[in-house]
Design a protein around this ligand. Structure first.
Ligand code: F6R
Length: 612
């Protein structure tokens, strides 16, 4: 949600900033801008500021190819305060034009600060909360940018990741973090500062993750991190494992398509080294819990948002049916303000692809405050949720760039299957059953590959129904959360209205929506719920509603009832979420393509929602 990049070093900064912003565009894409410091010889002159509404391509056109300068900051925006226009785009300057800042997050007390500064004669140019930071730093500036930033932070309430430069301090970037991620990239004679490692992967893999309350001051050859009490820290330099290729499209037309088709590999990575056939169990050392602590767990709670919540809903059903542990998945944004009862012997899992979702992070802190253990199921290594949890499982999907989450979802599912097995083997499941479970789990990457092979069939069906204005997605049991996920995918990337429902519930209301113009997409389980689902399909058909069915290959009965049938590889009912979700991802993708939508960067959305 908004992206920051900063660079100081020997190279032409404008190119590095624009290229870095392009990598961060998935975090926000309504406007973007850069601020470049003039070189040493011209120190004291105002900063070059270029801002443009729209995508990074617009900014790229506006930045002269030979723009001089070796130190600067850039930003891609997802608007919170103030409409989308050039003026509200970041960076923001102070009155003298010498200080430039970029900001992620929300300054909650900006109105009071603005009034105070206006009384001092400050003139504001934009409607943003962020601009107040530039003027506040200017107010405190007395020849030392780092000190001025630290003095200003004392007055800010809210969340921020900030980067700023001053025209009189060549080569210096000062950054600060509170609730919005900021990472230092340590290069060879050059330094970077960004909200996300993807912006710096082309330049360095050596990074330092800032913690809340920390401030960094950097020059090309050095950086200093200090905490809120002004103590200089000795931060650890981490190595990023992601390869540059992982953030390229690699021949695909868009990131979402690439990430959908990467799933056999990303799921295999999530499982790799964690399936213990000898003991018929799973090895999840990252949980960092002793056998005794694991045995003491009596109930599982999941906190998450959006797609990660859907993975949690599947996970909780598995915990109950496989491990016989009571489990519920809660929307993080609801839990935080609900005064939740935290029962003893519960373990909470915070599930988040980005590891930065504000709702999930704050809910997790609320639970920790009440004394319960929170474990993370995250994709992004070093993310805030991963670092603040007591332990957890990294899902190793690799970078997910498309705003709509796909491969992270199936890897989160893989993590839950491993967890359910771990708990089950500590309770009722036999060694033999554990080995059988693992045998099926091991086949999942191939099953997903088989489901993805239906690409052409799905594309043809998507084309046929692309005129529809409303869809129903229906599933039961483990496939109910998959129906929710299918509906969410369609909504977010095609802007077509879709409702996910439990198939058994349609007769309690939603069946009133059924008409020849409202297709129903059924996920057909292959266990005792199959016949009930078929009855539900017939109820829709009897009312003239078109039916699309995703079902096991060779299911002649379903094929004869449905108007359109997407066959997927046959597996045990417990593993059907893996075969059912890829067709739904592709269905949403092809409808969005038919409608000419921007698949990777759908309107109004941003990846990594770091505001509440
Ligand atoms: C949907 C989607 C969102 C995220 C949600 C949580 O495709 O991407 O619903 O799942 O914002 O994000 P994370 O998993 O990063 O916490």
């Amino acid at each position: 949600m908004c992206g920051i990049v900063g660079y100081t070093g020997p190279r032409q900064v404008s190119r590095i900033l624009v290229e870095g912003l392009k990598r961060l565009e998935y975090r926000g894409y309504d406007s973007a801008g850069i601020a470049v410091q003039k070189d040493v010889a011209q120190a004291g002159e105002p900063i070059t500021l270029i801002k443009k509404t729209g995508k990074i391509a617009e900014l790229r056109k506006a930045v002269p190819k030979d723009l001089p300068g070796h130190c600067g900051i850039g930003h891609t925006r997802w608007a919170t305060h103030g409409v989308v226009n050039d003026v509200n785009a970041h960076p923001h300057l102070d009155g003298s034009g010498k200080i430039a800042i970029v900001h992620n997050g929300i300054i909650e007390n900006y109105v009071a600060l603005k009034e105070m500064l206006e009384k001092e004669g400050t003139v504001f140019r934009s409607d943003t909360d962020s601009e107040v930071i530039a003027h506040l730093i200017s107010y405190h500036y007395d020849g030392d940018l780092e000190l001025a930033v630290k003095a200003s932070l004392k007055h800010l309430k809210g969340t921020y990741g900030i980067a700023c430069i001053h025209a009189d301090e060549p080569g210096r970037i000062v950054g600060a973090r509170n609730g919005s991620p900021l990472v230092i990239g340590v290069g060879d004679g050059e330094m970077l500062l960004a909200s996300d490692v993807t912006a710096m992967l082309a330049h360095t893999k050596r990074v330092v993750y800032l913690n809340d309350g920390e401030v960094v001051s950097m020059l090309p050859h050095e950086f200093k991190v200090s905490d809120g009490d002004d103590r200089v820290l000795d931060p650890k330099i981490d190595h990023v494992a992601w390869e540059l290729g992982a953030i390229e499209k690699e021949g695909y037309s868009c990131y979402m398509e690439k990430e959908i088709f990467e799933q056999p590999d990303s799921i295999a990575r999530a499982l790799s080294g964690r399936m213990d056939f000898e003991y018929g169990s799973s090895k999840l050392g990252g949980l960092d819990l002793t056998k005794k602590e694991l045995h003491a767990i009596e109930r599982v709670r999941v906190i998450a948002a959006g797609t990660s919540w859907h993975a949690g809903l599947v996970g909780c059903q598995l915990m109950e049916s496989v491990a016989r542990l009571p489990a519920t998945a809660e929307l993080a944004s609801e839990l935080r303000y609900r005064n939740p009862v935290v029962e003893p012997n519960s373990v909470y899992f915070a599930v988040s692809q980005s590891g930065e979702t504000a709702d999930t992070l704050y809910a997790m802190r609320e639970i920790q405050r009440r004394g319960s253990t929170v474990l993370g199921i995250c994709n992004v290594v070093g993310s805030t949720i991963a670092r603040e949890s007591a332990g957890g499982v990294y899902v190793h999907s690799g970078p997910e760039i498309a705003v709509a989450s796909t491969k992270a979802f199936t890897s989160q599912l893989a993590a839950f299957y491993l967890l359910a097995l771990l708990f089950a083997r500590m309770h009722d499941m036999s060694h033999h059953e554990g080995v059988e479970f693992l045998g099926r789990l091991k086949d999942v990457p191939d099953l997903v590959r088989g489901a993805l092979a239906q690409r052409d069939t799905i594309q043809a069906i998507a084309k046929k129904y692309s005129h529809a204005k409303d869809f129903l997605f229906l599933g039961r049991g483990l496939l109910y959360p998959i129906a929710l996920e299918g509906a969410l995918k369609l909504k977010e990337i095609s802007y077509v209205h879709a409702e996910g429902y439990a198939s058994g519930e349609i007769k309690h209301g939603p069946i009133a929506l059924v008409s020849p113009d409202t297709p129903s997409l059924f996920l057909v389980p292959n266990d005792y719920l199959r016949e009930k689902t078929i009855s539900n399909m017939k109820e829709i058909k009897a009312r003239g509603g078109p039916v699309i069915a995703v079902a096991d290959e060779g299911d002649e009965l379903v094929a004869s009832i449905a108007d359109d049938y997407i066959p997927v590889p046959r597996t045990h009912a417990l593993f059907q979420p893996f075969t059912m979700v890829p067709p739904l991802q592709l269905f949403a993708y092809f409808i969005a393509l038919e409608l000419g939508r921007d698949v990777d960067q759908p309107r109004n959305l941003a990846k990594s929602v770091t505001v509440e």
